[in-house]
Design a protein around this ligand. Structure first.
Ligand SMILES: C[S@@+](CC[C@H](N)C(=O)[O-])C[C@H]1O[C@@H](n2cnc3c(N)ncnc32)[C@H](O)[C@@H]1O
Length: 213
């Protein structure tokens, strides 16, 4: 199965989850650090909950994902909420097509941890390039404390192929290293999702950092 097919199948299940339609717990924390009236680029929007919520909060949002199967549904939801969003099919490994300093915020909820370290570093560098001075990156990532970390075939340190998909797991030191060219606002391992909260797990890596002026 291709990665796009894997995600299309997975995302159709997310749409049926009881937390569908709600903004992530992470974005509700991260937004406190966003500049007012920010132009937000969302990476790996999936079912679109975070981008739609940010648009309702008054942000100008560009929602992206490398699969566009759910874009029509997201557009319908935006129309029924009376908000405008831009939807763009974009692979996060191809951020080079976006202009420098074109967004005030880049938000990625569980979408930056699928790549080898060289690619991940490149993505962080590209995010810095497209952010305006003082712009904010918010990213929630898998943790080395996750029960899945260590399963499957190891590709490189803390990077595994698990059931058809490559997954990276971060610790706080690696999160700091990846974002060392930004000013830290909050980097910790206290992130949670609705799914994890239900089983008492609260260990995801939260990265909220600011580009210098
Ligand atoms: C775990 S889901 C998270 C979706 C959404 N952000 C949320 O919190 O519900 C991961 C998302 O990353 C997207 N994704 C995976 N690889 C990607 C890539 N190379 N470029 C852009 N998006 C990608 C998937 O399609 C999926 O929507």
């Amino acid at each position: 199965m291709s990665k796009a097919a894997y995600w299309a199948k997975k995302l159709s299940k997310y749409n049926d989850a009881d937390w569908a339609g709600q903004p992530s717990l992470f974005v509700q924390e991260a937004v406190k650090f966003y500049p007012t009236n920010a132009r937000v680029l969302e990476i790996g929007t999936g079912t679109g909950n975070d981008g739609l919520w940010l648009a309702q909060e008054g942000y100008k949002v560009t929602m992206t994902d490398f699969i566009d199967d759910l874009f029509p549904t997201i557009n319908e939801e935006a129309a029924s909420e009376g908000v405008r969003v831009e939807l763009k099919k974009l692979d996060v490994r191809e951020l080079s097509e976006l202009s420098s300093e074109s967004f005030d915020v880049v938000h990625a909820n569980l979408s930056l941890h699928y790549f080898d370290m060289a690619t991940t570093k490149q993505i962080f560098a590209e995010i810095k390039r497209i952010l305006t001075p003082g712009g904010v990156l918010s990213a929630l990532c898998n943790s080395t404390d996750d029960s899945e970390c260590g399963e499957g075939e190891e590709i490189e340190q803390n990077y595994y192929k698990i059931n058809e998909i490559e997954k990276r797991f971060l610790d706080v030191d690696t999160a700091k290293e990846l974002s060392h060219e930004f000013n830290p606002l909050a980097i910790d391992n206290r992130g949670e999702t609705y799914k994890d909260r239900a089983i008492g797990v609260r260990n995801l890596i939260r990265i909220i950092v600011k580009k210098g002026n």
